[in-house]
Structures are given as C-alpha cells and as structure tokens.
Design a protein around this ligand. Structure first.
Ligand SMILES: [Zn+2]
Length: 249
C-alpha cells in the first residue's frame, strides 16, 4: 500500500492547501496521514473561547471532523505554539517529525513551501523548513540515533513536495513561490468536498468567504513543486505525486 504524509502548521491548512489531493489519493486507496504542528491556539478569530487552551481544544475537534471529511487514514495534532514556530527548538520539532516518518514510512511527503504559502505566515515557513530537514534526516543512520536504538529503522521517502500556486494575494507580505512541477487535477466534486472540509473549522467562520473565494479562484487543481527526490533528475511536468514510484514498502 502506498502512503502519503502531509505536514501542516494549523488546523484548516490541511483543507485549504491539500484537501483535494488528500481526497484524491484516499480514493485511490493510498493511506493518508496528517501531522499538524500546532492546535491553532493563537488565531485572531476565537469563537468565544476564554483561553488559548479552550480554543486549542475546539480547534482539535474541528480538525478531527475535517480529517473525517477528507478521508484521512490517521491524523495527529501536536502541541507546538501557534504563531511561535520560529522560536521553538529546531531539533526537537525535526526529531518529532523524523520519528513519525520512521514510523509511518511514507512514500511521498507533502508540506507547505518555505515562502509560507500565499498567506506568508511565518509558521508555514517554519513547517516547511522542519519537514524538509526531517525528510532528509529520517533516512540517515547518523541522525536521531536514539530512535534507532529503540528499534526504529531509517526511512527514505521517495519524494518531497511543497504546495505552491500560480497566483499571490495582493494585500499580503511578498512571497516568492516555488515553480509548479506537478499539477493535481481534483475535479468539481472534490473541490466542493474540500470547501466543506474547510467549513468544519467553525471557529474560523469569518475566514470562510476569503477562503472560498481564493479556492474557487485556484479552481479544480492543486499545484505542487517537487523539492526533492530519491533519484537525481531534471525537473519535469507531472500530474501524479506517485509518478515513478512502485509500491515497495
Ligand atoms: Zn495556516
């Protein structure tokens, strides 16, 4: 069975950036995994929550429902600080991701681009940097050796992709996006399902119109940049994240 791992920063990133792709591969019997680094406790829109803890609990529940709609096989929401990923211990986060990559053993890893996606959120940039290091280091016998002593094996995923886009938002900090190498056609039905998944994040309801607008503008495709691959190559246009990968554990 093929396995896909998606790493995001906040509850709702999974639907916004990756929803159609996650649905598409679940429908193709790929095992899909999501790791969200923060429970989104620093959000501007707080839905009446009295504390960060209360908002975090609310958003974890919303994420669980979204993952259900996106047919995600397994998800985990870690407890790193929302709006603070640029100040956490780099090695601790990368180690957490390396351990999960060695456990899940994904063939393909997808995450946000280092620019921070079209919203330019610093947490998004950090998620990209952590995941990029974890993708490379999970494969090495000399990184996080304590995990290997406890029985895990190094794992070399075949490919790493960054989500990217062919447009930017005019009212945000500037972002320089990675070129599109891989266009995933999701179709009208999955587009609607992805919007529905985003709307399970009810605490963020004030964002729904902006999200829906941007998502419809993006249309029935999700764009990715092939950032790393197991075999050296020239960049090529692809329409499948698993192109060239055979199912061999
Ligand atoms: Zn986000």
């Amino acid at each position: 069975m093929l396995r896909l791992l998606c790493v995001t920063a906040h509850p709702d990133d999974e639907a916004g950036g990756f929803g159609g792709t996650l649905l598409l591969y679940a429908a193709r019997s790929v095992e899909t995994h999501l790791i969200c680094l923060t429970p989104g406790q620093a959000a501007t829109h707080r839905a009446g929550a009295q504390s960060d803890l209360e908002l975090a609990a609310m958003r974890r529940e919303e994420l669980k429902r979204a993952c259900g709609l996106l047919h995600i096989t397994h998800h985990e929401c870690l407890d790193y600080p929302d709006a603070g990923l640029d100040r956490v211990d780099f090695n601790a986060v990368v180690g957490d991701l390396v351990r999960r990559i060695r456990q899940i053993r994904p063939h393909v890893v997808i995450t946000i681009g280092p620019e921070g996606a079209i919203t330019a959120h610093p947490d998004h940039s950090m998620t990209s940097l952590f995941t990029t290091a974890a993708f490379q280091w999970a494969a090495r016998s000399n990184r996080y050796t304590d995990q290997l002593e406890r029985g895990l094996q190094p794992h070399r995923a075949h490919k790493l992709y960054y989500a990217t886009a062919l447009f930017t938002l005019p009212d945000r900090q500037p972002v320089s996006l990675a070129p599109v190498t891989t266009m995933i056609e999701i179709g009208e039905e999955l587009l609607e399902k992805k919007i529905a998944a985003f709307k399970t994040h009810a605490s963020q309801a004030p964002l729904f119109p902006i999200f829906e607008n941007a998502t419809r503008k993006r249309g029935t495709h999700e764009a990715f940049h092939l950032a790393a691959a197991i075999t050296p190559r020239y960049a090529e246009r692809e329409d499948d994240l698993f192109a060239g990968i055979e199912d061999k554990n």
